[in-house]
Design a protein around this ligand. Sequence first.
Ligand code: ADP
Ligand code: MG
Length: 310
Amino acid sequence: MTDAVVAIGGNAILRCGEEATVENQMNNLRRTCAPLARMVRRGMGLTLVHGNGPQVGNILLQNELARDEVPAMPLDVCVAQSQGQIGFMLQQAMTEALRREGVARSVVCLLTRVMVDANDPELASPSKPIGPYYDAAQAERMMSHGHRMREDVARKGWRRVVPSPRPLAVLEEDAVRGLVTAGHVLIAAGGGGIPMVERDGRLWGVEAVVDKDLAASVMASEFGDLMIFLTDVDAAYLDHGGPAQRAIGDATVDEMRRYLAEGHFAPGSMGPKVQAAIDFVNNSERRAVITSPELLDKALESKAGTRIVF
Ligand code: ADP
Ligand code: MG
């Protein structure tokens, strides 16, 4: 069986400006799951890695607002919670889509931990803004709770910043492999996985977030035959946003490496997707595709999206 690892971007779950209701998220997920279920019907194995940006942001906000009533949970627990809530919605949407295709398959969501290096420089100097924007007084209060805050002058607000260390390995790797081999549709490493470090012979969750595209690539490099990045653009572009922007169709790993070095892909958005695709294709000598859920069928026939080969 061909095993695909699919990184599902935030907009496949919640579009920009939409309220994070269950209805909105389910509607987007149904749209995303339709082409994925067709892949399963055509005989492909699927491992789904979803993002969690808006959802974990809302969980953090709930914790902040309720902290005088209910103890606030640390970020690793919030990431675990986001894996549960998004995993359930994705499981529901995927089950519906598979039934519509007449495919009998279990959809399994695995709470997944990801090892990071205890000496990763990100842990000492965090770079990733998460959660809502706060005014100066609220930011002061957040700092008194031990959170690192950074002012975003352009947006006139403060945000919490947390480390985004590089994923090294998925702790449940053997379970992932077993579930995929058994033919289940697997949801794993949601939100990039719960970041863990080893210290004094014990495993500890850390207050950090892992990029879901990079976590997906770590898993795909172990057992994947194909990697797919679903996002809100139809392809990766050169000179993105400029007058001469053009979509990349077929490209080799070396070409993508050169474009990345030339600065075509913004860090924190297209950058990690391209890096994750390069890592996977380089390790596996297989194929990666970057496209939107709407164009997935066409991209798999090499008629849309960005297709990266060794
Ligand atoms: P996701 O939730 O799917 O990870 P991101 O916002 O992180 O979504 O990444 C997708 C975004 O990357 C696009 O909406 C686009 O604005 C941005 N982007 C940055 N550079 C590029 C590029 N070179 N080509 C295409 N999109 C790009
Ligand atoms: Mg992203």
